[in-house]
Design a protein around this ligand. Structure first.
Ligand SMILES: Nc1ncnc2c1ncn2[C@@H]1O[C@H](COP(=O)(O)OP(=O)(O)OP(=O)(O)O)[C@@H](O)[C@H]1O
Ligand SMILES: [Mg+2]
Length: 397
């Protein structure tokens, strides 16, 4: 009985999971999910690549860590493997809820978890007609959104997007019409328009890790990853923002566990990265200029870190590169400005903890390069332990 890891491409997260498994003495079996043929017939199923039959390999596997990159591929992989009798982390019902921001928000909302005011209009901004013409719906959609969210700033986002892609801020009617006009139905936004009230957060937001092992209560990690900066209203690191590890107040950990239970439902093992914003409004204990100056001081060490992250050798000499990354992080975290900004965030979170708004659950979070080093959580460990807990609970070890 072993643990499988499924992916289409191995990135640093997957390499990190393998390295961690090695350190823990866990045998991990690779399951490809790209150039393979999955055959179903009267004799059962086979999974084969051009050169190798993976069916036997799969026979040995009880639990699969699903690390396919796209949400669609992950959902398909979970459906296939669960039908073949494997336990998948995350299970397909969890994956299904996380797939769509609206779905996640609906479930949070039903449980009384605070979320940003959200409006969904199940209509695309323009629709092709049979005669080759087009129906334009921007004006009507804008009316509906402004009636619900007011005439101030409105955030428009694709329902299944990641990395902040196409998350846009409309400051007023004209902006809103332009942005709506530019939306297109796509694989990350199948139907309609998802909009939110623009939350008056400060310069940071939070990514909080919750997980459950079989037979244990759900657990919220006491530190979170804060993504922070003044570059954009989106704090995604993809846009050059910085990362900090911050301690969470007990109240937030409790709500995060509730979010986890809401998405994890009856599944015995799962792992989620929750995205949350703190609505601070005007409650800022430092002026922005001071904080910006602190960010400026951190830039050289953060740039050095980014350089290591973009090092081309990382996949070929993973272990060496990983050491370099850890050193660069160490240097970045030892800066006085790092400690200062971290304290400002922690204090702001503590003061405004009751204004935390949860808005997304990520089922396959990236962690090796940031969450692990900034917040001190190597997600490979809870993932592997979760997998082991399923084997133990089902087969007694
Ligand atoms: N309603 C909102 N009000 C203010 N800022 C928002 C709002 N929604 C999103 N943002 C900002 O935009 C960022 C990206 O939004 P969101 O998490 O919805 O997109 P994403 O594509 O899922 O990004 P990621 O993959 O990093 O989670 C958030 O981290 C937050 O900083
Ligand atoms: Mg997000």
């Amino acid at each position: 009985m072993s643990i499988g890891i499924l992916y289409e491409r191995s990135e640093t997260d997957e390499m990190g999971i393998k390295l961690t498994a090695e350190e823990l003495g866990i045998n991990l079996v690779y399951i490809p999910f790209r150039k393979v043929a999955i055959r179903l017939d009267d004799d059962g199923y086979t999974v084969r690549s051009k050169g190798k039959n993976y069916s036997k390999v799969l026979e040995e596997v009880t639990v699969v860590l699903n690390r396919a990159q796209s949400k669609n591929r992950r959902l398909v992989a979970a459906n296939v493997l669960e039908t073949f009798g494997r336990y998948v982390i995350n299970p397909s019902p969890v994956e299904y809820l996380c797939y769509s921001k609206l779905r996640t928000l609906l479930h949070f909302w039903r449980e009384g978890i605070k979320t940003p005011r959200t409006v969904y209009v199940p209509c695309d901004s323009h629709e092709p007609m049979a005669d080759g013409g087009e129906i334009r719906n921007e004006e009507e959609i804008a009316d509906l959104l402004q009636e619900e969210l007011g005439n101030g700033s409105i955030v428009i986002k694709p329902d299944a997007g990641t990395h902040g892609k196409n998350v846009r801020l409309a400051r007023g009617r004209n902006d809103l019409l332009t942005i709506l006009g530019e939306t297109e139905p796509s694989i990350i936004n199948l139907v309609g328009i998802l909009a939110q009230k623009f939350v008056q957060k400060w310069f940071y937001d939070l990514r909080i890790i919750v997980n459950k092992e079989s037979g244990k209560a759900p657990y919220c990690h006491p530190t979170a990853l804060a993504r922070a900066g003044f570059k954009d209203f989106r704090t995604n690191t993809f846009l050059g923002n910085m990362v900090f590890g911050v301690n969470l107040p007990p109240y937030i950990k409790d709500v995060a566990v509730k979010c986890g239970k809401t998405i994890g439902k009856n599944s015995k093992t799962w792992l989620l990265a929750l995205d949350a914003m703190i609505e601070v409004g005007e409650d800022k204990s430092f002026d922005d200029e001071y904080v910006k100056a602190e960010f400026k001081k951190l830039e050289p060490s953060f740039d050095a870190l980014k350089k290591v992250k973009s090092d081309k050798t990382k996949k070929k000499a993973f272990s060496d590169w990983n050491k370099k990354l850890e050193e660069a992080f160490q240097d970045y975290k030892s800066q006085e400005a790092y400690e200062n900004i971290k304290k400002i965030i922690e204090e702001s979170v503590e003061r405004n903890k009751h204004n935390i708004l949860f808005h997304e659950a990520n089922a396959c979070p990236e962690f090796w390069e940031q969450t692990r080093l900034a917040a001190g959580i190597n997600l490979a460990v809870p993932l592997l332990k979760g997998a082991q807990s399923v084997i133990e609970s089902d087969y007694g070890g």
